[in-house]
Design a protein around this ligand. Sequence first.
Ligand code: FAD
Length: 640
Amino acid sequence: MPVVDRQEWDVVVVGAGGAGLRAAIEARERGARTAVICKSLFGKAHTVMAEGGIAAAMGNVNAGDNWQVHFRDTLRGGKFLNQWRMAELHAQEAPQRVWELETWGALFDRTKDGRISQRNFGGHEYPRLAHVGDRTGLELIRTLQQRIVALQQEDFRETGDYESRLKVFQECTVTRVLKDGERVSGVFGYERESGRFFVLEAPAVVIATGGIGKSFKVTSNSWEYTGDGHALALLAGAPLLNMEFVQFHPTGMVWPPSVKGILVTESVRGDGGVLRNAEGKRFMFDYIPDVFKDKYAESEDEGDRWYDDPDHNRRPPELLPRDEVARAINAEVKAGRGSPHGGVFLDVSTRMPAEVIKRRLPSMYHQFKELADVDITAEAMEVGPTCHYVMGGIAVDSDSAAARGVPGLFAAGEVAGGMHGSNRLGGNSLSDLLVFGRRAGLHAAEYAGGAGAARPRVDDVQVDAAAAEALRPFSAEGEAPGDGPPENPYTLHQELQQTMNDLVGIIRREHEMERALEKLAELRARARRAGVEGHRQFNPGWHLALDLRNMLLVSECVARAALERTESRGGHTREDHAAMDRAWRNVNLLCTLAGPADGDPVRGRIALTRETTEPIRPDLLALFEKEELVKYLAEEELYE
Ligand code: FAD
């Protein structure tokens, strides 16, 4: 077997986005020796791409805001399927996390009286998103990185070694969580540049690897989003929760083809941008669902007045939650009222002076100018839905972020499920990363110093198996004679993306999802023969061959759960079950790995179970009007 470097740490954090870095800072501050691993360069996580802002009920722009209103908005956005305790903690703690960032050096945009400015976003009742132009994620990561460097300097002064208590392993990919019996014992991975294998032994592992978008053809997500953390947890024995809920952001670029899917931030609509179809109509007024009818403007005039006088007018329907807007755009295009390249028009040019657009939306101005040769201060953008975010994820305990069923495993950020229910509100991810990143780091450190203090033993058999699995693409061959020649990982990836896009996309149908599962089974068999040439030094084909395992597992979870849930809710729309069904309100779908014996050879490796959600605490339910609850809750829940 190849040489495997080994090191010992207390807490290993897999992922260096907002969630991973916040977890690592907390774990180190609680005294745990902490290692952070990331696939890309340090500082280049997906979080960097976040544009619009961090949602936190600070009440800086409208004093009416508070955590209860934020909690209500979050549950409405998630159509009441949110793990309510997470939504409560999130709404309560987000302001502290933003102020903390400021004390660590983050430079937010300001209001006229010098407070952190907050902007409007879909589904948020008040202006709530703290922001730095449309480059908020960059500032968030810069600040967390700076904090890590400050802690390392502190450690240097005490120990003479910058990395004695907090070390970042960049351009390294984790392929397995290792276990000692039931509990975690560390991780196995490889360095992307050299191909060398390593094991980091630790009693506590925090997974913070982000999302799954690269399983879909049109996506706003970057190359790192191959569902690694979801698959790592699944393979380690932790269940994934509600994987059918995938968010299609309503506004991605649709033209030219090379940039299709790249995000057009919701701030464009938050700051006054409007959606029009090919006939010039502001069509969103036709798509306000009953559950939101009393909260959104009835006319363009009222919607426009709301920007200056939100207390006496209702918000425009362009600011409905994302799932509603994405479905509306899809319907307009399908009805033949789309833009020339299959989207609709998003216009700020007639709504704001050019210099305001350039100041408030600098990245969007440059993005369209450079990538599409469109001047958004003079003409409308063409936009359409793009796969953006996964609400489903590792099932965790709300308070501690501990993954269910695997002692020592924790999860935070986009990879964790529950917080956003069936649909995430814009801005609620960056706050989620900070709130639950901190909680994961805290509890991982406590676990490592307590229950996990008797260090687990790393099993050499597991290490050898992980190395053999990683090396497999270099000697790709079928299980049996006649299995066929090696497969090209790029071809397999393209076929997977097309399958998910066409058959498990924004509008879903039973027979298409059945077909998707058959295709996924075929791809899984072929992926076992995914072969690469060359050697282990920086070999992107090899990396993709390994990522395929994760994307296929996660895609099967999405397809199986989507087939099972016979209703439409949030980021899951069934053409054959078009309404939201109150009987599904309190049902979670859990995916686990089926053992080789019970895994269906055609359907695949995922077993699906239903569980009833924990009843929402009465004092939280009391934050809503009864008339509203009637629209969501099942009869027996209302009775209780
Ligand atoms: P990431 O920031 O993606 O970090 C994941 C980390 O895991 C990376 O370091 C990666 O290298 C590492 N990793 C992955 N797999 C492995 C592996 N196998 N081994 C080792 N490391 C691994 N949300 C908002 O709230 N507000 C916004 O304005 C906003 N704007 C957005 C704009 C865009 C264009 C996009 C795409 C998303 C936006 N979002 C926004 C969503 C938000 O940015 C993400 O949900 C969030 O950043 C995810 O953070 P994370 O820490 O969970 O993961």
